[in-house]
Design a protein around this ligand. Structure first.
Ligand code: IPD
Ligand code: CA
Ligand code: CA
Length: 267
């Protein structure tokens, strides 16, 4: 945990400096950016983790695949810069995410938000914390009093499954929705009670690996869109304060049924 925290802070400071100094931006897809800062931060994190725990595997976003010994007892899962679009546009809403997974379960998770110097961290069974303060999810039960967060996938223009229908269904049922642009922070902020609920489609292991442990350790609930338990490979993710979980699943199910009947009518 000490290493994960120190490394996340170090990578976060590197991102802050790089954002001031300047960085290169490239396109991974039509609207999917990658910057030289993503790569620099990943190199730093991977070097620190490998040096201290050569026996563990590493799954980091920019490498895109697991590296390390094949029979590794545990794997680090790293998003060196969650919120790249924000970073590239100089919005201070981005984070470093580092988790350790063992036997298909998260054992520790750290999400560091450099702009506010907020370090969110959790160890399995030991609670979730923001710096030194213990975290609990919100107690909101009424959707009309709830603040939700979500995001949109990078294939938004090509795919029908682009979250716009879910977004409009939730928009008229909750107090407000925020699209911050960094899924790891959205989920960490749900653990901290700042958001009451979060849903998003097509996420990757590095987006959720650390933050979902924060939510479960802060007393919240996690599932996929069908209400099944989350794994590292779950792409459609719901995180909530628990009390609003069934409400979120119901709205998602309603949207899916509407979409299915629309497709039937079109055929
Ligand atoms: C993205 C952010 C964004 C979410 C995307 C993610 P990246 O991660 O978390 O909020 O909507 O689905 O891919 O590309 O900035 O690391
Ligand atoms: Ca990400
Ligand atoms: Ca990233």
């Amino acid at each position: 945990m000490q290493l994960a925290q120190k490394t996340a802070e170090e990578a976060g400071e590197l991102l802050r400096r790089t954002q001031k100094k300047g960085f290169k931006v490239e396109l991974k897809g039509a609207i999917n950016l990658v910057t030289s800062a993503d790569q620099k931060a990943e190199a730093l994190v991977v070097a620190r983790l490998k040096k201290n725990f050569p026996e563990f595997g590493i799954l980091a976003e920019e490498a895109g695949k697991s590296t390390g010994p094949t029979n590794a007892p545990a794997v680090w899962v790293v998003d060196p810069l969650d919120g790249t679009t924000n970073f590239a546009h100089r919005l201070p809403v981005y984070a470093v995410s580092i988790a350790l997974w063992e036997d298909g379960k998260p054992v520790l998770g750290v999400v560091y938000h450099p702009a506010l110097k907020e370090l969110f961290w959790a160890v399995k069974g030991g609670g979730a914390f923001l710096n030194k303060q213990k975290l609990s999810v919100s107690r909101t039960i009424d959707p009309n009093a709830a603040l939700f967060a979500t995001g949109f996938p990078y294939d938004l223009r090509e795919s029908r499954e682009n979250n716009l229908d879910y977004f409009s269904a939730f928009a008229t049922r909750v107090r407000a929705i925020r699209r911050m642009g960094a899924a790891a922070l959205d989920i960490a902020w749900t653990a901290a009670g700042r958001f009451d609920g979060f849903w998003e489609l097509k996420l990757f292991p590095w987006d959720i690996a650390a933050a979902i442990l924060l939510v479960s350790e802060a007393g919240g609930k996690l599932s996929d869109f069908e209400g099944q338990p989350l794994g590292l490979e779950t792409r459609n993710v719901v995180a909530s304060n628990g009390r609003l979980h069934n409400f979120i699943l119901q709205v998602i199910e309603e949207c899916r049924q509407k979409e299915a009947s629309k497709i039937n009518r079109e055929q």
